[in-house]
Design a protein around this ligand. Structure first.
Ligand SMILES: Nc1nc2c(c(=O)[nH]1)N[C@H]1C(S)=C(S)[C@@H](COP(=O)(O)O)O[C@H]1N2
Ligand SMILES: [Mo]
Length: 525
């Protein structure tokens, strides 16, 4: 502690504090002014998004596997630490050699501006908040560092002497900390104000709540009784929207007003189209239960969800656009630049791929793609489920690559057959006797016809299947186990509607989805 206080007395250490205060000013001023610009134009969001875009395959996979749907929080923490350290270094540099410090700050400002203006849907003018923030940061850095130069020239108190002589350094330090403290608190208030202002200025959330969804021309097929596994603790068959997994590259959820939304359909088509939200409301909509699955879902993972979607079959849109011969893919792009490559025939067949506007009887939640997203039964989300979709280009796999394909993932993504154990949990302790095992299995568009359970090395035994709603929704199962004390392994595997047994071949999520049998260790007491 003593060492720390001594070290903090070093002018260079104080310069690091000045650097942090200046960085706080850069970010908060940009945040406050940014409230009047595109949300994605503020430094933190732009830097984070750029970082995500440059994230290599292994790191994305590591992040999702380690942090799951908290990957964004983890990114912010990592960014915060990096910015903090850089600010310390820049503060010290500025103290030792002011011109070099200024160059460093300007360089960082330029990096942020570059990352802001290269975001999709961002205009050059959106650089203004960062530029003003950088200027303000430089001014604050100068104001905080200048007194430290004077501090350096004052003599230190001789060792053993009582009060510091001649007393001025101590009070100058106090004044320095007061100034730095006020700066940081002021920055915090400005940043919070900016956030609140942004939230108040965007009324998309309110407009969403007021939106009345039309009655579908074709209602969803009735869900048969008994789709839910009887085992307590198994996932609900219908995933409430609030519990639905969320995976995307969007650090701030895009806010699109329904009346501003437009979908451009172009490329290898005879008839280019532009669809408005009103066009969708006026069209013959359908409703259908579809289970979405993320390609990053590890064996036994929970990046899958089942909801009732309302939308317009993409087939109908394509019919009007009339794809040309030679086209084999539709590249769908979101307002924030994400894109997915979906085989053209999948969007034309009778599986009811749709431009969805409703989820579980309500307008799409903002984070699930409001006002319009794609939902394509049978394909992983990264090649099909574009949220905030604004552009459909009919093209060819040979000519265009989607967002994740450019980063090393597959260009196609049919969903692999998967069964998972949900009860009991991995490493659970359960009492001996009758133990209920239960879980969920999926093989969208093929359906699940059998689930088998293996205890330790015993023969595989058939589980009881819950009712099947459709081939494009998941299917639950249960299994009664007479458990003897000791450690045991529960394995599970599914058979799909084509008769194919889920492979035991272990594969990582990269590049086209995980495979293998889940094995759950439990202790019976
Ligand atoms: N605009 C946009 N849409 C996107 C993504 C994205 O990053 N951006 N991710 C896709 C992926 S990888 C998946 S698994 C699904 C997830 O949809 P959900 O968040 O509604 O569950 O959205 C897809 N649509
Ligand atoms: Mo995904």
């Amino acid at each position: 502690m003593n060492k720390l206080t001594n070290w903090l007395k070093e002018p260079a250490a104080l310069a690091a504090v000045a650097g942090v205060a200046a960085a706080a000013v850069v970010l908060s001023v940009a945040e406050l002014i940014g409230a009047f610009f595109t949300a994605r134009a503020t430094p933190v969001l732009a830097l984070g998004s750029t970082f995500i875009d440059f994230t290599p395959l292994w790191m994305k996979n590591f992040a999702v596997e380690t942090f799951g749907t908290n990957d964004k929080a983890a990114l912010f923490v990592g960014m915060g630490l990096t910015i903090f350290l850089l600010a310390c270094v820049l503060g010290v540099v500025a103290y030792r050699q002011w011109a070099l410090g200024v160059a460093g700050v300007l360089f960082m400002g330029a990096v942020i501006v570059a990352s802001v203006v290269t975001r999709a849907g961002v205009q050059p003018l959106d650089a203004v908040p960062t530029v003003l923030g950088t200027v303000a940061g430089l001014v604050v850095l100068r104001l905080l560092v200048a007194p430290l130069w004077r501090l350096k020239t004052w003599p230190e108190a001789p060792a053993g002497a009582g009060a510091e002589e001649p007393g001025r350094p101590a009070s100058s330090r106090r004044r320095f900390f007061a100034a730095a403290g006020i700066t940081v608190v002021g920055a915090g208030i400005a940043a919070t104000g900016g956030r609140l202002l942004s939230a108040a200025r965007s009324n998309v959330a309110k407009a969403r709540e007021a939106l009345q969804l039309p009655v579908p021309m074709r209602a969803a097929a009735a869900v048969p009784a008994g789709v839910q596994s009887p085992v307590a603790g198994v996932t609900p068959w219908l995933t409430p929207s609030g519990d639905f997994y969320r995976i995307d590259t969007a650090l701030s959820v895009p806010e699109i007003k329904a009346e501003d939304w437009e979908l451009r359909v172009h490329g290898l088509v005879d008839q280019e189209l532009r669809l408005s939200f009103q066009d969708l409301l006026d069209a013959d909509l359908i409703e259908s239960h579809v289970t979405l699955t993320c390609v990053s879902n590890p064996v036994g993972g929970n990046l899958a969800g089942n909801a009732k979607w309302l939308g317009l079959p993409i087939r109908e849109v394509l019919k009007r656009a009339r794809p040309q011969s030679g086209a084999d893919m539709v590249l769908s792009t979101s307002i924030d630049g994400f894109s997915a490559s979906t085989p053209l025939e999948v969007l034309q067949d009778d599986r009811d791929a749709m431009l969805a506007i409703g989820m579980n009887g309500e307008p799409l939640p903002l984070e699930h793609g409001y006002p319009v997203r794609m939902v394509v039964p049978g394909l992983y989300g990264f090649v099909s489920a574009t949220k905030w979709v604004v552009d459909l280009e009919v093209t060819r796999f040979a000519d265009s690559k989607a967002y994740w394909t450019q980063r090393g993932w597959s260009e196609r993504g049919p969903i692999k057959t998967m069964a998972r154990v949900e009860v009991p949990k991995s490493f659970a302790k359960v009492p001996a006797g009758r133990v209920a095992i239960g879980g969920t299995a999926w093989a969208q568009t093929r359906g699940i016809t059998k689930v088998e359970v293996q205890i330790d090395n015993n023969p595989w035994a058939e589980a009881v299947l819950s009712s099947e709603a459709s081939l494009i929704t998941w299917r639950q199962w249960s299994f009664d186990w007479d458990a003897a004390p000791g450690p045991h392994y529960i394995k599970v595997r599914a058979t799909d509607g084509t008769g194919e047994v889920q492979t035991d071949q272990r594969a990582d999520p990269v590049p086209d989805g995980a495979s293998g049998w889940q094995s759950v260790m439990v202790t019976v007491e």
